[in-house]
Design a protein around this ligand. Structure first.
Ligand code: GDP
Length: 456
């Protein structure tokens, strides 16, 4: 195991709460806490048994003064989160109590942990691989139960096992090629080529099936980006509110006042849907509104799905047509809002795809809308078992690996020397290793962990 400095951080969130947990990890963890922890039973913490709670006080060793009343546990490495010695101090919650205790931990010799550093150590110490480490952050950031389940599976190593299996099969293929190249006989080279091609083909099918769930996986993990667009006053804010069932967005009668883009998450049958309510897209001279419109256009480009709102109680205007043109053939649903009012829309003039009649005001059609949103992205019932790839980084590595395997297969099929195919196969093997972190550069590993929160 590699040796690192002993680090400490608050692992719970810093609000008013009953308890906060301070985590300390590293060789010195126990010794550091022993300097500032006075146990009720009079024993030194240096003698503390692992996996027990110990009651006492954190003191300021300079003055002997009590800082807080605490419960402290010791997790002996390698059976700990980081695989190092870990001490956890349960102190009183709230910023002041927690930071006072943490401060004593620092004075006693620990240094502040960087974001994600505890998880990074678990990775560097070989307790978990990179995809499992990434799953830890996904668990914390899960927006729906489904997202959490999928992250749990990943943290338990389901994807890692698949990748390890594929890599070992690739190594087999490489070894096979090596033997042939070492004993070059024409016949052998030919039969080996055929076998290599078959094996690569089967592996590629497997990788493709992993990738086939990646789109759904991305949506489960990051949420579906949904942009609500339409000219002013058609009912976009009202629709957002109807979807959220609470009044978080500002609803207004004055055209053009929903200037800011408001983002909210909605849980549609387990799918986290990120809703963007935009200022209407329209030609405008108003500078403030112009910014809103430009941002709306950007949001629309990023959206997975556009919900275009029309006011059924008013005839169509140029603005509506402009928006339709702007949507083009992007994935969209058109809502005919205000169905509770008299119908003044001449629909036959519109080249519309999917149309749903709704009333944002009384909730009519909102259930239908939610159902259609889900059906557009997920076919049938959503089974988390089938979704293994949720992370964009993993998806990209898989795609690159697949490309290299295809290159290798093409070379073999074309009868080009097996040596060349072997180069592509090793490249693919490396790409798979990036997922689990076996072949990823230290810089990239650092970058991944720097996105974590402190104390994890
Ligand atoms: P936005 O500018 O597109 O965001 O539109 P708002 O949501 O602010 O709505 C504009 C006005 O239309 C408000 O007075 C809403 O109460 C009203 N409105 C929105 N949806 C409906 C609806 O379904 N029926 C009726 N009658 N009025 C609605």
């Amino acid at each position: 195991m590699r040796e690192f400095e002993t680090i400490a951080a608050i692992s719970t969130s810093l609000g008013e709460s009953g308890v906060s947990i301070i985590k300390i990890s590293g060789e010195e963890a126990k010794a550091i806490v022993a300097r500032i922890f006075v146990q009720k039973n009079g024993r030194s913490f240096l003698e503390a048994k692992p996996w027990y709670m110990n009651y006492g006080h954190i003191i300021n060793p300079a003055t002997g003064e009590h800082v807080d009343e605490v419960l402290v546990s010791y997790f002996q490495g390698p059976k700990s989160f980081t695989a190092e010695d870990v001490v956890e101090i349960n102190c009183h919650g709230g910023r002041v109590a927690t930071e006072s205790v943490l401060n004593q931990v620092f004075l006693a010799g620990a240094r502040p942990a960087e974001p994600g550093e505890f998880t990074k150590r678990a990775f560097l110490n070989g307790r978990i691989d990179l995809s499992q480490a990434e799953a830890v952050i996904d668990i914390i950031q899960s927006k729906t139960e489904l997202a959490m389940k999928s992250a749990m599976e990943q943290s338990e190593g389901r994807l890692s096992r698949e990748i390890a299996d594929i890599r070992s099969r690739l190594l087999h293929v490489l070894a096979y090629i090596e033997v042939t190249v070492d004993f070059p006989e024409e016949d052998l080279e030919f039969t080996t080529g055929q076998e290599v091609s078959e094996k690569l083909g089967a592996l590629m099918d497997h990788v493709k099936s992993l990738l086939s769930s990646a789109e759904e996986g991305k949506i489960i993990r990051e949420g579906l980006n949904l942009a609500i667009i339409g000219k002013p006053n058609v009912g976009k804010s009202s629709l957002l509110n109807a979807l959220l069932m609470e009044n978080r967005a500002i609803v207004t009668d004055i055209p053009g006042t929903t200037r800011d883009i408001i983002e909210e998450y909605l849980n549609i049958e387990g799918i986290p849907v990120k809703i963007t309510d935009t200022a209407g897209i329209r030609e405008t001279q108003d500078v403030v509104e112009k910014i809103g419109v430009d941002r709306s256009k950007g949001k629309i480009q990023e959206a997975d799905l556009i919900v275009f709102v029309l006011d059924r109680s008013r005839p169509l205007e140029k603005e509506d047509y402009d928006i339709i043109e702007y949507i083009g053939n992007r994935k969209s649903i058109t809502l005919l809002n205000k169905t509770d009012l008299e119908d003044k829309l001449e629909l036959e003039k519109l080249p519309l795809g999917e149309v749903i009649a709704v009333s944002a005001l009384n909730g009519y059609g909102i259930g239908e809308l939610k159902k259609r949103i889900k059906d557009l992205f997920f076919h049938g019932s959503l089974e988390i078992r089938d979704v293994l790839v949720t992370n964009r980084r993993h998806k990209e590595a898989l795609m690159r690996a697949l490309e290299k395997m295809q290159d290798a297969k093409n070379a073999v099929d074309a009868g080009i020397s097996l040596d060349l195919a072997a180069i592509d196969i090793s490249a693919a093997w490396n790409y798979f290793g990036e997922i689990t972190g076996d072949t990823l550069s230290e810089d990239l590993v650092d970058k991944i962990f720097s996105d974590f929160c402190i104390g994890k």
